[in-house]
Write a protein that binds this ligand. Structure first.
Ligand code: C2O
Length: 520
């Protein structure tokens, strides 16, 4: 991630409007269908061969070719040294919006142009990007179409392997951990995350403490300004990156789009957005938000021509962009987006929202009931004691009175881009009750980056988890006392299909300025 990211383009005459979008009006040709990779593998579909062919062609193009694999991946993000070698291309690169509500719309438009470029490079006019439906537990490890041939893999993690770019399967030409490529480890319970994120009712929020409760994420002034990680972005999205990308390309925004499976992961995220959308229930993007609707995203099409798209132009995947997913019914009409307009969560908690683990109705002003000093996650498990803030009129004991909303808030989180996954739990110290998980810490892109116009001081990054259910569970455990409640942060271990578990190392563990229990 760069230390300085240029201000986001607000247009520019050099960028033509996307005049050749396949605008489909009623009665015209049916939308193309993006299908499940699993189904395509099973039927040995020619679509996979087309993708392989296109990836090979595009990987052989020079990075300065705007339809090359490398140029497109760099539009997402690029390591600094490589960016420095191509100053004239900088205005196209490092555009991926993360930790804000542009995440879904930008990636949808990015995929659209990628799909067009692949279609042309493959020579297959019927090509549609497949998606990876990993919420099906049978598909929770790397799809087999992306694996190298067996003789191209080392037998053991430390053996030397043949060069990645020489692999026969173009879809395997990416840096990945052996455990991932041998499918020894998978995504774990990603279905749980998908279910939780699809239960969220609001698209956007202006409150960083509510970011995980907003499906589309947190409002910021432009795509390159981070706020806090939103609902679908955190999990499943970041979780998939951090697992498939353990010590590999997918684990960092700077290299993620170099892995051919990146695009199928994002097709699935986009499919979840389609699934989530339901105007009748007010599940809409923020249509009345001019910044979200009209910020211009800059791309390149299959002819290498500059293109501009806004969120307003891509809201309807079927009619605006001409595709649907194989489990999405074809609509005879454009999406009717005039639902009850409650897409934006105001500053405070979303009234009646079905938040991740939050009891409905609790909405009083938040109070810090306990706080920890600074923590560094240098052990596999850090068990953190918290104390009532000095001079606090809210003794911790008060927390035992439910129903109340409790959140665990991590403040001033600083983590490197390569931080492996962690999970956050509430636990009773000295009691036998099992720890109760409150959420995942999959820090894609790290946390608390330097820069962003803050005079070299780290950004202040806040991550808030719902913990009401977790507290309620602990309260029914024998030996419960509020002053025995600890926050436990545990480096995630992965069950291995060949026995035992794989625990990633963390040479540069995250620092957390303080952890708070927040009651409201
Ligand atoms: Cu912009 Cu999955 O990343």
């Amino acid at each position: 991630m760069k230390l300085t990211r240029r201000a986001f383009a607000s247009g520019g005459a050099a960028f033509a409007a996307a005049a050749s979008l396949p605008n489909r009006s009623f009665g015209q040709s049916a939308p193309r269908v993006r299908r499940s990779i699993n189904a395509l593998i099973k039927e040995k579909s020619p679509i996979i061969e087309s993708y392989r062919r296109a990836v090979d062609v595009m990987m052989n193009r020079d990075v300065t070719d705007k339809t090359s694999w490398w140029f497109l991946a760099n539009m997402h993000d690029v390591p600094e040294q490589e960016q420095a070698q191509h100053k004239s291309l900088q205005s196209y690169w490092s555009q991926c919006p993360h930790k804000n509500y542009f995440f879904l719309s930008w990636h949808r438009a990015y995929l659209h142009f990628f799909e067009r470029i692949v279609r042309k490079a493959s020579g297959d006019p019927d090509f549609s990007l497949p998606y990876w439906g990993y919420e099906d537990p049978l598909q929770a490890s790397l799809p087999t179409a992306f694996l190298p041939d067996d003789d191209e893999l080392p037998k053991k993690p430390d053996d030397e392997a043949p060069p990645i770019m020489k692999r026969r399967n173009p879809l395997a030409r990416a840096k990945r951990l052996l455990h991932v490529e041998r499918r020894w480890i998978g995504l774990g319970d990603v279905a749980r995350e998908v279910k939780a994120t699809l239960a969220l009712d609001h698209f956007a929020t202006g409150d960083e403490l509510e970011a995980q409760n907003a499906f589309g994420g947190m409002r910021t002034k432009d795509p390159l300004t981070p706020g806090a990680t939103g609902g679908v972005e955190g999990a499943p999205h970041n979780l998939v990156h951090k697992t498939i990308g353990l010590q590999g390309d997918m684990g960092s925004p700077e290299t993620a789009a170099r892995d051919p499976v990146f695009w199928l992961h994002h097709a699935n995220v986009d499919r979840l957005w389609v699934k989530w959308t339901d105007p009748a229930r007010g599940r809409l993007p923020p249509l009345d938000d001019d910044v979200w609707m009209n910020t211009k995203f800059r791309f390149v099409d299959e002819d290498g021509q500059d293109r501009v798209l806004t969120a307003a132009e891509i809201l309807d995947n079927q009619f605006d962009l001409g595709y649907r997913y194989d489990d999405e019914p074809q609509r005879p009409q454009k999406l009717d987006l005039k639902g009850p307009a409650v897409a934006i969560v105001p500053g405070g908690p979303p009234g009646g929202a079905l938040a991740r683990g939050r009891p409905p109705g609790a909405a009083s002003a938040p109070v810090v009931v306990a706080r920890s000093p600074q923590v560094r996650l240098s052990q596999r498990e850090s068990r953190i004691a918290l104390a009532a803030p000095v001079g606090s009129a809210q003794p911790q004991g008060r927390l035992a009175v439910l129903p109340q909303r409790l959140r665990v808030v991590l403040r001033n989180v600083i983590a490197s881009d390569r931080t492996p996954p962690y999970d956050v739990f509430l636990v009773l110290d000295g009691a036998s009750a099992a720890p109760v998980r409150v959420g995942a810490l999959d820090l894609f892109g790290g946390a608390g980056h330097l820069g962003h116009g803050q005079g070299g001081r780290p950004d202040v990054e806040v991550i808030a988890f719902e913990a009401s259910d977790a507290l309620a569970q602990l309260q029914s455990a024998p030996g419960f006392a509020m002053d025995r409640v600890r926050v436990s942060i545990v480096r995630r271990a992965f069950q291995s299909a060949v026995g035992g578990e794989f625990l990633p190392q963390d040479p540069d563990p995250p620092r957390i300025g303080s952890i708070e229990l927040l009651r409201s």
